[in-house]
Ligand binder design. Structure first.
Ligand code: IP8
Length: 267
């Protein structure tokens, strides 16, 4: 079956959960995006879905210092937390799978804790499992707690690092899309400033003030996303940050080449 290419799309944790309150889901946001994914598939795009953790991963990870690796003073508690976070992430993943099923799409989650090791964009793992064709199941992965082969023993692999490797290494990718919650794209200052404005085109020479909610976020927040996106843009022409609450903009983007959002340019 001939396709129009492949779209790697991240449902940000801030879109699909309420980031500040443990395990609170925004099911409506997930359902809305899944309806658009259905249309993208009807329009002959292969899809790879990545999702973030939001309040299903960051809060407990922060509390138990999971991103810093094993801490022998609290390692019993950490081991329990690692198990819990992995379970919670699968639960969140099942919500995405369920929303896809509601629009008659079959998908499978591939938890990185099973197939990946080490953190950052050099993680080890066979990503060819994500190279599916139209009509096959939609592959999904997500930020997760993974093993590390150094003395830290475990760490957090962000969905943004998965986005990088999938976009760069899987063939035929023509769009890489990061869906954000409650914001139209990259803003020139933290979005809680009332005069924050959308930056329609961004490259890594443009300085903007991001808010990294380090109270909650254990990976890199907006800064990591931007860094990975600008690395992806060296290879992929269409790397965009869009408002996930307005998923119809994804359709406008793929149909017309532009929409309201931020296009990421290589340096
Ligand atoms: O939200 C983080 O993934 P991200 C994963 O994509 C965990 O950075 C378990 C906190």
């Amino acid at each position: 079956m001939s396709t129009k290419g492949r779209i790697v799309i991240k449902l940000g944790g801030g879109l699909i959960t309420n980031k500040n309150k443990v395990k609170t889901l925004d099911k409506d946001a997930i359902n809305k995006v899944c309806k658009v994914i259905k249309i993208l598939i009807e329009e002959k795009y292969n899809i790879i879905i990545v999702h973030g953790a939001g309040s299903y991963g960051h809060i407990l990870s922060k509390e138990m210092k999971i991103s810093e690796g094993i801490n022998h003073d609290i390692n019993d508690k950490q081991i329990k937390a690692v198990k819990q976070i992995r379970e919670d992430m699968r639960e969140l993943n099942n919500e995405v799978i369920d929303s896809l099923k509601r629009v008659n799409l079959n998908s499978t989650g591939f938890p990185p804790s099973i197939w990946a090791k080490n953190i950052g964009k050099e993680f080890i793992g066979d990503i060819s499992i994500f190279e599916k064709k139209l009509g096959e199941i939609i592959p999904i992965c997500f930020g997760d707690v993974v093993e590390r082969d150094d003395e830290k023993e475990f760490g957090i692999l962000s969905g943004d690092d998965l986005m990088y490797r999938l976009s760069i290494e899987i063939p035929d990718v023509n769009f890489t899309i990061f869906l954000l919650g409650d914001v139209d794209g990259v803003m020139d200052k933290p979005p809680d400033n009332s005069d924050a404005e959308l930056v329609p085109i961004w490259n890594s020479n443009d300085s903007i003030r991001t808010s990294h909610n380090s109270e909650v976020d254990v990976t890199g927040g907006m800064d990591l996303k931007l860094m990975r996106a600008s690395e992806i843009a060296k290879k992929i022409d269409n790397v965009w940050f869009l408002n996930g609450d307005r998923p119809e903009r994804i359709l406008q983007l793929v149909r017309t080449g532009s929409t309201i959002g931020t296009k990421i340019k290589p340096q």
